[in-house]
Design a protein. Structure first.
Length: 492
């Protein structure tokens, strides 16, 4: 029952600053080495907060009003299990997956609050010439995905209702994958090519992804409960969409063409391109120093709409100024000339981000690059220092939403905001800050939080959580000065 961790005395606070409210604050005594992550159970309207330190794994169960219902704790696994890589949940059974560095040894921690029961179960995985490419939880099921070297064969290690990992093989050898030069290659070769500069970027529905995340060339989408979708933008002429059913593990591969850049629209520089999926629509961007194309199609390649902007022209479909942001939401300026926008995004990593709210599509178009590279293209790490390394995955603790929240801290980002109706016709209206942007601003400007959590420090991951629950966005933070854990709420 969280002995030596939670002290009674729970307080409610409400505040209107930054359109956020502190929905819960409670006393919490922590060791210096610690990590947090949370699991939301929408069916039972619960949130489970997991806390790791060097000795224990403790879990707190909250109601939908963030009243503490109960808690459980158990010993941390032995040191060879050095990272949490995911979780699964079935009714009242929660499983947390710890892994060794090479992912061949897994320790499964079981929590059941009704039974007041915990246990640990070891699992050994016998990889056969396999490389781990992704660890992900979709619809409360955990998947560890590998690829067999020099093939197009994927293996899925899938959690079941007892926390076991069952192997499923997906042979994609009958599908034609293409490298950046348009040559037919196997999937392993495509991944090898992409991972020299990029990672497998997960796109969740918890928050609208930043341009820093969506600028990656290989993305995984989880917006469908029974399907995992990979998109590849390693070739400038098209986007490849690979869909794998999570019911029967059958696969489907499609290529959606990018617009062709004709003579007179190019100064012979190599074009740049990227894409984004939402609601079974694909948004594509393609640019060179003189022209920008923004195209919306369905996933059969049928065009819904397209916008073309030349370097000297205004972007007719934008709903805001064009901004350049350097390292902070408070450190941005307006770009006055249209050609600055096209030139800057073409010199970095172009990207699109989009989310749907009340039937309208909120789109951000722009680019992202590392500040440290001084104008060069931003490079993301691959398989832990290269495709030949151990595993590219950052693990579950370095969660999507936290990465998203701080993803601009070391980036130069150029962007403009756009608004479209359900058919992607431009809507002329003012765009208000999203709940996620409010959370970003709050994190930087709230003195109490910024003193306890340095956005530029290494301590960020161990104290912050951010998650979507009951249609609202919640930010959790440990206040080291007052030794209290606080949960803030942000609304659209």
């Amino acid at each position: 029952m969280l002995k030596n961790y939670i002290l009674l005395g729970f307080l409610f606070f409400f505040s209107n600053s930054f359109s956020q409210e502190v929905v819960k604050e409670f006393d919490l005594k922590l060791q210096s080495k610690r990590d947090f992550f949370q699991v939301t159970n929408e069916a039972d309207k619960e949130v489970i907060l997991f806390l790791n330190d060097k000795e224990k794994v403790s879990s707190i169960r909250f109601s939908d009003k963030f009243e503490i219902k109960d808690s459980l704790s158990t010993l941390r696994p032995e040191k060879k299990y050095n990272e949490i890589i995911g979780y699964s949940q079935k009714e009242q059974d929660y499983f947390v997956f710890w892994a060794s560095k090479d992912r061949k040894e897994i320790d499964v921690q079981y929590f059941n609050f009704q039974k007041k029961e915990t246990r640990n179960t070891p699992i050994n995985l016998e990889f056969k010439k396999e490389k781990v490419i992704k660890e992900i939880t979709i619809n409360n099921t955990f998947y560890l995905i590998t690829i067999v070297k020099n093939t197009s064969i994927l293996k899925f290690y899938v959690s079941d209702e007892n926390g076991n990992l069952n192997e499923k093989t997906v042979d994609l050898s009958n599908l034609q994958f293409k490298n950046k030069s348009g040559q037919n290659v196997n999937l392993y070769d495509v991944l090898f090519e992409i991972f020299e500069k990029h990672i497998v970027q997960t796109i969740h529905n918890d928050s609208p992804p930043s341009l820093a995340l969506s600028s990656e060339k290989l993305k995984v989408y989880t917006y469908k409960k029974d399907e995992i979708i990979f998109t590849f933008d390693n070739n400038f002429d098209f986007t490849t969409i690979l869909k794998i059913s999570l019911k029967d593990f059958t696969a489907n591969l499609k290529s959606i063409e990018q617009p062709k850049v004709f003579y007179g629209e190019s100064d012979f520089n190599e074009p740049m391109s990227n894409s984004f999926l939402i609601d079974d629509k694909i948004l594509q961007i393609k640019t060179n120093p003189t022209v920008l194309f923004f195209t919306i199609s369905d996933q059969n390649g049928n065009r819904i709409n397209q916008f073309k902007t030349l370097r000297e022209e205004e972007i007719t479909y934008k709903n805001s100024d064009v901004f350049q942001e350097s390292g902070s939401i408070n450190n941005k300026k307006v770009l006055e000339k249209p050609k600055q926008f096209i030139r800057k995004i073409n010199n970095s990593s172009p990207a699109i981000s989009c989310y749907n709210l009340n039937g309208l599509y909120y789109v951000v178009i722009g680019s992202s690059q590392d500040i440290s590279r001084g104008g060069g293209m931003g490079m993301a790490p691959g398989f832990g220092g290269g495709f030949g390394g151990a595993s590219m995955s950052f693990g579950y603790m370095s969660s999507y939403t936290i990465n998203n929240l701080i993803s601009y801290k070391d980036k130069n980002v150029v962007y403009t905001n756009c608004l479209f109706d359900s058919n992607f016709n431009h809507v002329d209206d003012t765009i208000k800050p999203s709940a996620f942007e409010k959370a970003r601003l709050f994190l930087e400007e709230n003195a109490e939080v910024s003193e306890s959590v340095s956005i530029f420090g290494k301590d960020l991951y161990k104290d912050l959580i951010i998650f979507k629950f009951n249609h609202s966005l919640f930010l959790g933070n440990y206040n080291k000065q007052n030794k209290k854990y606080q949960i803030f709420s942000f609304s659209e």
